[in-house]
Design a protein around this ligand. Structure first.
Ligand SMILES: [Zn+2]
Length: 164
């Protein structure tokens, strides 16, 4: 599934050479970053590892539309790119923070555009769920830590990577 996903990304970039979102998918490693609302902390996940972890046969779960809408208010998407993505692959969700009561606040670390397309086309959307331990592993790879470090440096200079 992982290699077919890479193959799909390659075909998509060839079909849409002027779409920055399509072309950027060919540059590895893929890291998702988000600024945590509560304390402004920068979090980064290694998506290549997250995809690998989700290949163990776990079933993707359906993300209800109202939760998806909340998530998509945080995850920015590029409208022009929505027609370039296919809904063949589930997204990946995990806890990005916890409420004061200790309940997880889930976010989508992979598949924002697929989710936005699913909402636009009024179809169901599914995502694999990472455990907290898996989420921590994805945040501790060299790729994720390097990306977070670089983004903090850029941020301190008033620049920032475009967030997915
Ligand atoms: Zn695109």
């Amino acid at each position: 599934m992982y290699s077919s996903r890479q193959q799909a990304a390659l075909l998509r970039a060839q079909a849409n050479p002027t779409c920055a979102e399509c072309v950027s998918r060919l540059e590895g490693p893929e890291v998702y970053t988000v600024t945590r609302y509560r304390d402004n902390a920068l979090l980064a996940w290694d998506i290549d590892l997250a995809i690998e972890l989700c290949q163990d046969g776990r079933p993707p779960i359906e993300i209800p539309p109202d939760i998806l809408d909340n998530i998509l208010r945080v995850n920015g998407t590029t409208t022009a790119h929505l027609d370039h993505v296919l809904l063949d692959f589930p997204g990946i969700a995990c806890a990005v923070d916890f409420t004061p009561e200790g309940d997880p606040i889930r976010g989508l670390i992979d598949g924002s555009h697929r989710a936005a397309r699913a909402r636009r086309d009024r179809v169901r959307f599914f995502a694999y769920l990472l455990t907290d331990e898996e989420s921590r592993r994805c945040q501790n790879t060299i790729g994720a830590r390097t990306c977070a470090h670089l983004e903090l440096l850029l941020r301190s200079q008033g620049l920032a990577f475009r967030q997915e």
